[in-house]
Design a protein around this ligand. Structure first.
Ligand code: NAD
Length: 478
């Protein structure tokens, strides 16, 4: 427990909205469930449509002054935000574990990641460029902010997702209304509350809904850009509703990442890495490995290695020491993953796990499934849970074709003792990121984004920052 008195009990903390620099109670309240117990552990403010309007109006009113401030001043404030988060790391980590279910060590890594991302974005710049200059005049290229940005996030990594949206939007000179997922609003509310002491009123606002205000934000005529992380199904709705006012959108959507293990791979070395990349955050990672293709010659051995690792997992409450895997984050996802589990039992052979834990909370054992056909739901769809299918191939071209045979294109990986051989295969995969001999690694220098229906636009690095700008050309004649 942190020494900060505010942390004594998160349930005693008043989680409120922040609109125009003021903490306000919601028009209603929202109960937040700890997925490790299945019980309500906190209540927070929930906004109605009128409060959404107030938040957008506040962001709109704050935009002229904020956008005209020199970027260097905005950078300083971002650095203060990063430092403030670092000071309260323990408090944010504990809250993140309570609302997401992930083990405390993972939550700490998430908070540290958000601290680092905020810093990394703060160090970027948007320099004006002279494209052409002669005695007749000059052409100047500037990157200017868009206006009010609506940031909408998913529940698997609330702070990571926030840190890929709020800092770059603000550095570029936009103002923001953020809306977290209804099952994980607390770390976002606390972060924005913390920023109220750093940023001018209206620059960063937060509303919480119960899956009922997202479209009002994405349709809003005063919102210039939507940066969205969530499912492909919702991403399509966001894109359609943004069309009304030709909003800019960045969509970070679902994935069904394949890992292709070439016939020369060292299984002892790679099995723990593949297992880790599949089961991290109980499989609830957009870029988790969701299918593994293994050559005939190593198929049985790989199935054995992966099931051994699954059987060693310590599944439990993320706040308990020793826990290596937490619960699913919410009841809907818990029920959805059970459907995949049923499909796996019917169509394939479950060689590790395969059961729901008989205790409170949303726990499913890490599960390895072999001998499952390509048309099973577990292979075709995004399971977003700790159930991993292992598939057999004999011809690498067939493995590549099957890996590519999906509407998703977020990440993928190729594993081999010969990295250059794997690189050749990587060049044939249709995803935004292809790793060789690793998976999941995303660096702040970016960029990161999806191909096909995994979205478009990117986050992280200079490219991620520029998503929050509009090119303005000033073409001057002397
Ligand atoms: P979701 O689409 O159900 O919800 C995401 C957010 O959208 C929530 O805040 C939700 O309240 C909001 N929302 C719901 N309806 C809306 C509407 N009509 N208009 C606007 N917003 C609306 O997704 P989820 O279940 O919370 O998240 C899991 C999904 O997110 C998975 O598919 C996962 O792969 C994906 N994801 C992608 C990335 C990435 O970077 N590509 C990262 C994390 C998660």
């Amino acid at each position: 427990m942190s020494a900060n008195p505010k942390v004594q009990s998160e349930t005693a903390h008043q989680f409120q909205l922040l609109i125009n620099g003021r903490r306000v109670a919601g028009a209603a309240t929202l109960d937040v469930i700890n997925p490790a117990t299945g019980k309500v552990f906190a209540t927070c403010a929930r906004a109605d449509r009128a409060q959404l309007e107030e938040a957008v109006a506040a962001a709109k009113a704050a935009f002229p002054a904020w956008s005209q401030r020199p970027l260097a001043e905005r950078r300083e404030l971002l650095l203060q935000m990063s430092a403030a988060l670092a000071e309260r790391l323990a408090e944010f980590a504990r809250l993140t574990t309570q609302e997401t279910g992930k083990p405390l060590a993972s939550a700490e890594r998430e908070v540290k990641g958000a601290i680092g991302l905020t810093r990394a974005y703060a160090m970027l710049d948007l320099p004006t460029k002279i494209i052409k200059q002669n005695e007749h005049g000059r052409v100047v290229r500037q990157q200017v902010p868009l206006g009010v940005v609506a940031a909408i996030t998913a529940w698997n990594f609330p702070l990571t997702l926030l840190a890929n949206k709020v800092p770059p939007a603000l550095l570029a000179g936009n103002t923001v209304v953020i809306k977290p997922a209804p099952t994980t609003p607390l770390a976002t509310l606390l972060f924005v509350e913390m920023c109220a002491d750093i940023l001018p009123p209206g620059v960063l606002n937060v509303i919480v809904d119960q899956n009922d205000l997202g479209s009002a934000l994405t349709e809003h005529p005063d919102v210039a850009k939507v940066t969205f992380t969530g499912s492909t199904a919702t991403g399509k709705k966001v894109m359609a509703s943004a069309a009304g006012t030709v909003k800019r959108v960045t969509l970070e959507l679902g994935g069904n990442d394949a890992a292709i293990v070439l016939d020369d791979a060292n299984l002892q070395e790679i099995a723990p890495k593949i297992y880790g990349a599949a089961m991290h955050n109980s499989g609830q990672v957009c870029i988790a490995i969701k299918r593994v293709y293994v050559h005939d010659s190593q198929y049985d051995a790989m199935c054995h290695e992966l099931s051994k690792l699954a059987k060693q997992a310590v599944v439990g409450d993320g706040l308990e020491a020793g826990t290596t895997m937490g619960p699913l984050q919410n009841r809907a996802q818990f029920e959805k993953v059970q459907e995949f589990l049923a499909d796996a039992h019917t169509k394939g052979k479950v060689i590790a796990g395969g059961k729901v834990l008989q205790r409170h909370g949303y726990f499913i054992e890490p599960t390895i499934v072999r001998d499952i056909p390509d048309d099973a739901r577990l292979v075709r769809e995004e399971q977003f849970g700790p159930v991993l299918p292992v598939l057999r191939y004999s011809d690498v071209n067939d493995a590549i074709a099957r890996a590519n045979s999906t509407e998703y294109g977020l990440g993928s990986s190729v594993w081999s003792a010969n990295a250059e051989r794997a690189f050749d295969v990587a060049q044939q995969i249709g995803s935004g990121t292809v790793w060789v001999n690793k998976h999941l690694e995303v660096a702040p220098e970016g960029p990161f984004g999806g191909a096909k229906q995994s979205g478009f636009g990117v986050e992280m690095g200079q490219d991620g920052l520029e998503e929050f700008t509009q090119v303005r050309i000033i073409n001057l004649s002397k």
